[in-house]
Design a protein around this ligand. Structure first.
Ligand code: NAD
Length: 464
């Protein structure tokens, strides 16, 4: 049978789908904690049952190896589910709060109430992780959720839709596949939260659409995440961490090191270590390496190839591109200036420009002069330099001595700031993102101490 193209696929009844999710939320389907724990367990069982299908889809869409699929996609989601299931009850326990004299005797606690029906829009680059991890928060928070995967990872989108149809309760979760047309129709609906991961251009469209209904948003966007390598660090080890973070998923990672700054002497000393680390991980010919990913599509390949025009590649470069295989080799650019096209926008591919700075102070100035990045990476043995970056630069997160792996820390919040987004998730932060912290205050009618604040106020004035 001929596969359905986006043009031939009938548009789903999107208003009806949203209405069905809202009706089941209103019926209280997702309210109980036992039910939420069971829904999370069902999601876990579904992922395990469909694991091979998800791995195949990731290989088809992005050339992801099973190692990468485990480390950066499926394993992360399973860890997120397990962490949430372990802690959900205690995180939902209403804390007690002291109230002032006027409210005594009385009591106050905070109820984390579900928001309602939420929309999760996912990107193509980690199409399993970035679809299902937010869903963990949505379920844990007691919401019904509509998941909209990216059309640019079509095999994974279809695999997620199958997973949902086979293993998840449609009263809780529905998947709507499709591209701009479907997303636009979805954004016309009213949701109680929109959780969007992707680029800033569409992020702005999402924010506009959300404003129509005063819907809150979590925007997980991107940016140019810088790396600074200080003098004196162990360059062989630093190079391995930078290479892994940069070239995982062929650089198509929101938190990938975008560009690297160091003094000219450190750059010169680092380059052979970068070369060695690339060869160690991806072999002498990365094109034939199963561990090395592919570029998602033609348009992205053209954009990245354009960035190599006129640039000087010390490693990789334009000659290594294999269009048919959607392959761009791990590439390191030298003699780059801050005005070059490669510094205009997030690279989002396997190209690492090296830029000379006079030292940490200039690197900090350069970061401050640009949009706030999703992550800043610093390799330095000097505590003053680490503190300098911590206090004088702003970024979604700061990683000292590592790249990328911090995103997998399910116990820590993850999110952007400024142009790299707003709101955070993972672990407890996910529960917070997908619930409203409702203060509940109660006070007996007797004794009527509130009389203190009723007019006339002379009694209170005498007390203050
Ligand atoms: P993408 O093209 O897959 O778009 C993301 C989502 O937006 C998709 O579901 C897509 O269908 C939808 N979309 C596209 N056009 C739309 C429109 N006109 N109206 C409504 N929806 C629309 O992904 P992308 O934007 O190319 O993703 C790459 C960007 O995402 C990079 O900037 C990257 O840094 C960022 N990113 C951020 C994170 C994070 O966690 N902060 C994670 C991954 C990617």
């Amino acid at each position: 049978m001929e596969s359905m193209t986006a043009a031939s696929r009938p548009l789903l009844d999107i208003p009806g789908t949203v209405a069905a999710l809202r009706a089941s939320f209103d019926a209280g389907t997702t309210l109980g904690i036992d039910g939420r724990l069971e829904a999370l367990a069902a999601l876990r069982r579904g992922i395990v049952a469909e694991r091979s299908a998800l791995e195949r889809a990731l290989a088809e869409d992005l050339g992801k190896s099973t190692q990468e699929a485990t480390v950066t996609e499926i394993g992360v989601v399973l860890a997120e589910i397990d962490h949430m299931r372990r802690h959900l009850r205690s995180w939902l326990r209403p804390g007690r709060f002291g109230l002032g004299a006027v409210l005594a005797p009385g009591s106050g606690h905070v109820l984390r109430e579900p928001l309602g029906t939420v929309l999760v829009i996912a990107p193509w680059n980690y199409p399993v992780n970035l679809a299902l991890s937010p869903l963990v928060g949505a379920i844990a928070g007691g919401n019904t959720a509509l998941l909209a995967p990216s059309e640019l990872a079509p095999a994974t989108s279809a695999a997620l839709a199958r997973l949902a149809a086979r293993h998840l309760d449609p009263a809780w979760i529905r998947v709507v596949e499709g591209g701009v047309e479907e997303k636009t129709a979805l954004l016309a609906e009213r949701f109680d939260l929109i959780f969007y991961t992707g680029g800033g251009r569409v992020g702005r469209l999402v924010a506009h659409a959300a404003a129509e209904h005063l819907t809150p948003t979590v925007l997980e966007l991107g940016g140019k995440s810088p790396v600074f390598v200080d003098e004196g660090v162990d360059l062989a080890r630093a190079a391995r961490r930078i290479v892994w973070g940069k070239f995982t998923n062929a650089g198509q990672t929101c938190t990938a090191p975008d560009h690297l700054m160091a003094t000219p002497a450190t750059l010169a000393a680092l380059l052979p270590h970068l070369r060695a680390a690339i060869e160690e991980m991806y072999g002498p010919d990365p094109r034939t390496c199963e561990e090395y990913g592919r570029i998602v599509g033609e348009a992205q390949l053209d954009r990245l190839a354009g960035l190599l025009d006129g640039a000087t590649a010390a490693i990789g470069g334009v000659d290594g591109i294999d269009r048919a295989a959607r392959h761009i080799p791990p590439t390191v650019l030298v003699d780059v200036s801050f005005d070059d096209p490669v510094m205009d926008e997030e690279i989002f591919g396997p190209i690492l420009p090296l830029l000379a700075v006079s030292g940490p102070l200039e690197a900090v100035d350069r970061i401050r002069a640009g949009a706030k990045p999703l992550t800043a990476y610093v390799f330095s043995d000097d505590p003053r330099t680490r503190r300098l970056f911590a206090t004088r630069t702003s970024s979604g997160s700061l990683a000292l001595g590592l790249t990328l792996a911090h995103v997998g820390a399910v116990s820590m919040p993850f999110g952007g700031v400024g142009e790299s987004g707003h709101g955070a998730y993972h672990g407890r932060a996910s529960l917070e993102a997908f619930t409203h912290a409702k203060p509940v205050v109660s006070k007996p009618l007797v004794p009527d101490t509130l009389r203190l604040v009723y007019p006339p106020v002379s009694a209170l004035r005498r007390r203050l």
